[in-house]
Design a protein around this ligand. Structure first.
Ligand code: PLP
Length: 378
């Protein structure tokens, strides 16, 4: 640290310099986060000092958090769901499986996840001492039910289904997973970190949430397609009893118990999620998702003209393209400013059409993509 403090102007200059090195979202096709809605930013600033780690001091913010959970419960098939605003999908997934582990009391617990599961489940294996078993995927990148059944044994404590997989945007057959969960008395967690704010607004209906009997918990993140500020994840349980295995005594706070993983946690995130959800409403999110889906279909149409096919017809605003000379094409696109990413198996170009993408930028991407393809073929 510098010995003497700098002036505000000097500090702001330093911040501006640092910000210039950050990538602005315009040409980013790899991110699951986006620019937050302006009303979320306003609410975030207003509640910047609020700490949900000691919510006895911040009962107004706590009310907002409860309202967010209520709105999310309504969105995800159970108005009586309970939970809290986490730091993101990772914390929500950790906490859901921590509940499953603590409830089961098995000595060598295992959890079956699809091979498409987000890497947060590898962190969970390490943190919670749970064996994570990866079930294979079918030709459409949904979890293969035969594989799930084959991995099941007496030490299985939970199943995980993904509603909006990170790489393919695919939705697992949650109803089939629920049947197995119910008949084996297993915890069923649905990771809808991305899909939670997309699937309810698609034209096609999917059974993926608490409306499916047997679903125990859901991850759904306001800081992804919810357009809220970072860090705002959502963890919802069907039963209040699921929060009990997470509870810890907090003798020196204004509250007696805490069930979050983080201690001090952002009240600003809860206020921001409340603000944007209340402001957009169901109609606003529907429009947003429709616009992203329209651009997603336009993208697929555009690349098909170059003979490029998606691995699956896009379910949501995530596309995996089968591109020859993938790394070369990505490198060329990078030189034109476009940030793309990849899927693991099979290796394909992964593109996410987030609300920060404009139609003009998308058309420019399609044109640049065609040019890069032609250049790499030369
Ligand atoms: N689950 C899924 C399906 C995701 O796509 C992601 C992130 O992309 C996560 C969990 C982790 O979320 P976070 O980065 O907010 O911890």
């Amino acid at each position: 640290m510098n010995k003497k403090g700098l002036s505000e102007k000097e500090v702001l200059n330093l911040l501006n310099k640092a910000m210039q090195k950050d990538t602005s979202y315009e040409k980013v096709l790899s991110a699951m986060c986006t620019r937050p809605h302006p009303i979320a930013v306003k609410a975030h600033m207003q509640f910047i000092a609020s700490n949900m780690g000691d919510f006895g001091l911040f009962s107004g913010t706590r009310e907002l958090e409860s309202k967010v959970i209520k709105m999310m419960g309504n969105l995800l098939g159970d108005p009586n769901a309970c939970g809290y605003i986490t730091t993101g999908g990772t914390e929500s997934n950790i906490q859901a499986l921590r509940t499953a582990r603590n409830q089961s009391k098995k000595k060598h617990p295992n959890v079956i996840v699809p091979a498409s599961a987000h890497f947060s489940f590898d962190k969970i294996a390490d943190l919670l001492g749970i064996e994570i078993r990866k079930a294979s995927l079918d030709s459409e990148f949904k979890v293969d039910m035969d594989s799930v059944n084959a991995l099941l044994d007496d030490n299985t404590i939970a199943l995980v289904g993904i509603a909006g997989s990170t790489e393919f945007g695919q939705v697992d057959p949650i109803d089939s997973l629920a049947e197995i969960a119910l008949s084996n008395n297993l915890f069923l967690h649905v990771d809808a970190a991305f899909g939670g704010f997309v699937i309810p607004f698609l034209d096609k209906k999917y059974d993926f949430d608490f409306s499916v009997e047997g679903v125990t918990s859901i991850t759904a993140d306001p800081h992804k397609m919810g357009l809220s500020t970072i860090p705002a994840g959502g963890l919802l349980f069907r039963e209040e009893a699921c929060l009990l295995p997470l509870e810890i005594d907090t003798p020196y706070l204004t509250i007696r118990k805490q069930h979050s993983l983080a201690g001090t946690r952002s009240g600003a995130a809860a206020a921001a999620a409340y603000a944007v959800m209340t402001h957009l409403g169901m109609e606003g999110y529907r429009k947003l998702v429709h616009s992203c889906m329209k651009m997603t279909h336009r993208l697929v149409e555009g690349v098909r003209e170059f003979g490029i096919e998606p691995l699956i017809e896009p379910v949501m605003n995530i596309v995996a393209l089968d591109v020859p000379d993938l790394e070369e094409v990505r490198k060329e696109l990078r030189q034109k400013g476009w940030i793309t990413s990849i899927t693991r198996t099979p290796r394909a170009m992964r593109l996410i059409i987030m609300p920060h993408m404009s139609e003009a930028a998308l058309l420019m991407f399609i044109s640049d993509f065609g040019e890069c393809l032609r250049n790499t073929k030369k």
